[in-house]
Design a protein around this ligand. Structure first.
Ligand SMILES: Nc1nc2c(ncn2[C@@H]2O[C@H](COP(=O)(O)OP(=O)(O)OP(=O)(O)O)[C@@H](O)[C@H]2O)c(=O)[nH]1
Ligand SMILES: [Mg+2]
Length: 318
């Protein structure tokens, strides 16, 4: 029997065709990262901590989703469905849409549905805009009686993963994501090899460690991680006294976001990704652009949650 307390834990089912990435998504929710090789598979609900929210999550393959009577009952009672779509080819996308349409009628309208356009890290992945313009998908998105959304993600690299889950969790719990739980202290963006390209301290009272030293340290740790574990994995969270460093790596750049030791890791990860994205956009616009404090400030203020934390002091260039 479930207790009253258990029943309040939002329940999510992860659906998708074979090989779409369900287990990879679940593993990232469980461990904040993914191991190389075949991800662990589970057939029962697992509680995972997402920021300060506890979620109960289960993965269901095609056969279970279509045929298990027990699963039909579950589908009627859960709070959220996550549909994983493999975007590595048009053929995969079409097959996913067909599959989604066979299940949609069995999902109550009150259930939030998150579509994950997965594997965007693959070089030949179908562009997200093409997927959005697919008439089959527009039918789903135009259903005003449902709460649906879609994000282009990579369960493998973690790109946009937490932004997508923030959406469904805020829908299910009625609470906006817990970004308040993150107090950014400092952000450093490093080039390949650990050379700092961006450095901003939010709180002038904190001691500024040498960013070149830190860059060298992080790049050494990452090389070590890659060598020892023979994978593309990098360090992702390092605790240091009252702070912790959240490290993300996207296309050659690494970002290190310093936050409070007890701050929400998943929130900090999604913030770090957003900052890095904003930085990369600016870089792509003008690769030669100098990054004085003014420019850094402009990049950071594009992210609402970060803008709040920016120093209100008049900006002096450094
Ligand atoms: N490149 C890339 N590969 C991914 C991504 N997500 C999953 N994969 C790979 O795709 C394969 C299938 O992933 P799984 O997570 O096992 O897929 P699944 O949906 O659980 O598959 P079944 O349980 O067999 O139905 C694995 O080799 C994963 O490493 C991604 O975002 N990018
Ligand atoms: Mg699986």
């Amino acid at each position: 029997m479930m207790s009253e307390k258990d029943r309040k834990i939002p329940q999510i089912v992860i659906l998708g065709l074979e090989g779409s990435g369900k287990s990879t998504v679940l593993n990232r929710l469980m461990f904040g990262t993914i191991a190389e090789g075949q991800p662990e598979q589970s057939t029962c609900f697992i509680n995972v901590k997402y920021g300060t929210t506890i979620l109960s999550v289960v993965e269901a393959g095609e056969e279970t989703a279509r045929e298990s009577p027990y699963f039909q009952d579950i589908l009627g009672e859960i709070n959220g469905v996550v549909f994983v779509i493999d975007t590595q080819s048009n053929r995969h996308i079409e097959a996913s849409f067909e599959y989604i349409f066979t299940l949609l009628d069995r999902i109550p309208q009150k259930t939030s549905i998150l579509f994950l356009a997965n594997k965007i890290d693959k070089p030949n992945a179908v562009p997200f805009v093409d997927l959005l313009q697919d008439p089959a998908f527009q039918i789903i998105m135009d259903d005003i009686n449902r709460s649906v959304s879609i994000y282009p993600i990579s369960a493998k690299t973690g790109e946009t993963f937490y932004t997508a889950f923030d959406w469904i969790i805020s829908r299910m719990t009625g609470r906006t994501p817990l970004r308040e739980d993150v107090t950014p202290r400092r952000v450093i963006i490093l080039q390949e090899g650990g050379v700092p390209a961006f450095d901003y301290t939010f709180d002038a009272s904190i001691e500024e460690h040498d960013s070149t030293l830190l860059g060298g340290l992080i790049s050494a740790l990452n090389i070590m991680a890659t060598t020892i574990f023979e994978s593309e994995s990098v360090m992702d969270v390092v605790k240091l006294g009252a702070m912790k460093m959240i490290i993300r790596k996207v296309s050659g750049w690494s970002i290190v976001l310093f936050v409070g030791r007890d701050d929400s890791e998943s929130k900090a990860q999604s913030l770090a990704e957003e900052i890095l994205q904003a930085f990369i956009e600016e870089r792509n616009r003008d690769p030669t652009k100098e990054m004085p404090k003014q420019v850094k400030y402009e990049i950071l203020s594009k992210i609402p949650e970060i803008a709040i934390a920016l120093d209100q002091e008049p900006i002096k260039d450094d």
